[in-house]
Design a protein around this ligand. Sequence first.
Ligand SMILES: Nc1ncnc2c1ncn2[C@@H]1O[C@H](COP(=O)(O)OP(=O)(O)OP(=O)(O)O)[C@@H](O)[C@H]1O
Ligand SMILES: [Mg+2]
Length: 345
Amino acid sequence: MNSFTSINDKPLLDVKNLSCHFDVSKPWLNRVIEGEPQRFLTAVDQVSFSINRGETFALVGESGSGKSTIAKLIVDLIHPSSGEILFDGQSLKNTRGEAFKTLRRRIQMIFQDPFASLNPRWRVGDIIAEPIHAFGLAKSQNDVRRTVEELLDKVGLAGRDRHKYPHEFSGGQRQRIAIARALSAQPDFLVCDEPTSALDVSVQAQILNLMRDLQDEFGLTYLFISHDLSVVKHMADRIGVLYLGSMVENSPSDQLFIQPAHPYTRMLLDAIPDHEMSGRRRKQVTGEIPSPIDPPSGCTFHPRCEFADEKCKQKRPSIHEDQGSLVSCWASEEKRIPTTPKDSQ
Ligand SMILES: Nc1ncnc2c1ncn2[C@@H]1O[C@H](COP(=O)(O)OP(=O)(O)OP(=O)(O)O)[C@@H](O)[C@H]1O
Ligand SMILES: [Mg+2]
């Protein structure tokens, strides 16, 4: 079913120096009367990463760190202030006409709230069929019906469910419908923005398993967004950690959990409940994420960082490579972080 079969070693998605600033100024007249300047909020700040075909790349970070903004930029719901997004070597910005329509078909999105993302007045069959019609992917009505039934079966629902409305399903089932709808466009790439956060823990696991099975079956590539590191642990090949719109660490999944390089990643790991009762010593999560309208100078994490020194307060960290991880931290680069949390038992 997946239309894209060629294999080469270029990344499927290449995000280069992506930034997004929102104008959060008061209305013009108010500003003139009150003598206030324009104000901008930096939601995404020079973020770069790439995702290879068939891989899952996870983006994690606290609320407001810019995860959903990156998702919206990639599916072209909003436009970047600067930077570039290349999909299969084609720039989203410079692609037009039929080529752009094909790009839009190949990139689909799954949202956090499956009830809000499904039209409550449409039958499930029509919801799933909409992309098939929009992209002209079926020759006849019979073709459409057969594809919809196949997709419902693939996501663990019954073909006859196409006659029902979204409110007749549970949250987990509705997310299955949303996945079927995304797949009906025959995509290569799925942007999944907190796809399981609104679900019970047991249902979460079922949906994650389903997503992995579908990834294998259709050769899909995922951008998987979550604020919960324990959810992405078993899904992701690589993990990107966002803090206040910046990517502070980009590591292979295994490595990030064994040897987190950035102090913020350590803080996030320490916040995961210790079900295994490992007895590992943890540090309490301290401080709050600052305002993105008036971010701290230098490294924006420095007010919450126990390793911060004068340089961290003044100079934005460069990105350095450390055993396969890309890390943006002066303390890590200058080897000022003594041991990994695992060692500090
Ligand atoms: N349209 C907008 N106008 C102004 N500010 C915005 C807009 N969209 C997002 N923001 C701001 O950009 C920042 C990043 O928001 P975003 O929704 O990307 O965060 P997030 O990491 O997805 O958070 P959450 O985990 O709560 O979903 C936040 O400070 C948010 O208030
Ligand atoms: Mg979000």
